[in-house]
Structures are given as C-alpha cells and as structure tokens.
Design a protein around this ligand. Structure first.
Ligand SMILES: O=C1C[C@@](O)(C(=O)O)C[C@@H](O)[C@@H]1O
Length: 145
C-alpha cells in the first residue's frame, strides 16, 4: 500500500451537503476515482473517512506501519481547529497534501487559517473534487522522483 486518502468530518455527506459549494459527486465517487487513478499509476491506495477525531488520529498513526508513503487529506472542519491532527501528521513524518473542495480563502474568515498547511507539502483549495486527483498526481510524481 502506498497512497492513503483521508477525509474528515461531514465529508461522508459529499454530494448532498451544500451542493452549491461542494458539488454533486459523492464520497464514494471520490474514493473510487482515487483508487482507480492510483492503480493506473501503479500504486495501491486506501481510503478512510471518519467523523471522529480520535479515530482519524489512530488511522494516521497506523499509517506508520502499513506501507503508506503519501497521505492526501481533506481535514474538513478540523483544518481550522485541530492542533492534535496536525501533531499526528507531523508525528508520523509522512508527506501530506491538504485538499479542500471549496476555496476556503473565498469563504468565511474562520476558514482562512489552517493548522495543517504548515506541515503539508502542498495545499489545494477550490478545484472541486478534482483537487483529490490533482493531489494524487502530485504524490505519484513525487514518489517517482
Ligand atoms: O468540511 C469542510 C470542507 C472543506 O475542507 C472543503 O473541502 O472545502 C472546507 C472546510 O472549511 C469545511 O469545514
């Protein structure tokens, strides 16, 4: 296994949640595409979504030992609140790309700050669900370099 896609709280509602902001694709669509695109690029992939911060932190810790070489994460609302999530990602020392479906910088001010960006290799926001594919392509390139 080499690529890990993580989605935080409320992203299980993709496709039905505020579709004018997040679009019509579901999380299942996003995860299927991620695995297909990873496979096409010669990498295994796993996907995980949770609404529970401790469960996300446990999954990140497990990534140390399961062959994960790159993490793509949409931390959802934890982006703007969670030192613990940042510490978990920093703690496992795996490269991270942070993805936001919406352009958080165009939205409410409380969405402008991210606890995650400071430890991420890159940040993608506002490209819709294509952002996950862009992050994957970037990770694949980095792993080949
Ligand atoms: O849950 C989310 C989704 C989000 O991460 C995005 O994908 O645009 C943006 C966050 O501000 C929000 O809390």
């Amino acid at each position: 296994m080499s690529l890990l896609l993580l989605n935080g709280p409320n992203l299980n509602l993709l496709g039905t949640r505020e579709p004018h902001i997040y679009g019509a694709d579901t999380l299942a669509d996003v995860e299927r595409r991620f695995v297909e695109e990873a496979t096409a690029a010669g990498h295994a992939a796993q996907c995980f979504q949770t609404n529970h911060e401790g469960a996300m932190i446990d999954r990140i810790h497990a990534a140390r030992l399961d062959g994960t070489r790159y993490i793509v994460i949409n931390p959802g609302g934890w982006t703007h609140t969670s030192v613990a999530l940042r510490d978990a990602l920093a703690g496992v020392a795996l490269p991270v790309v942070e993805v936001h479906v919406s352009n958080v910088h165009k939205r409410e001010e409380f969405r402008h700050h991210s606890y995650i960006s400071g430890i991420a290799e890159g940040v993608i926001a506002g490209l819709g669900v294509f952002g996950y594919s862009a992050a994957l392509q970037f990770a694949v390139r980095k792993l080949a370099a």
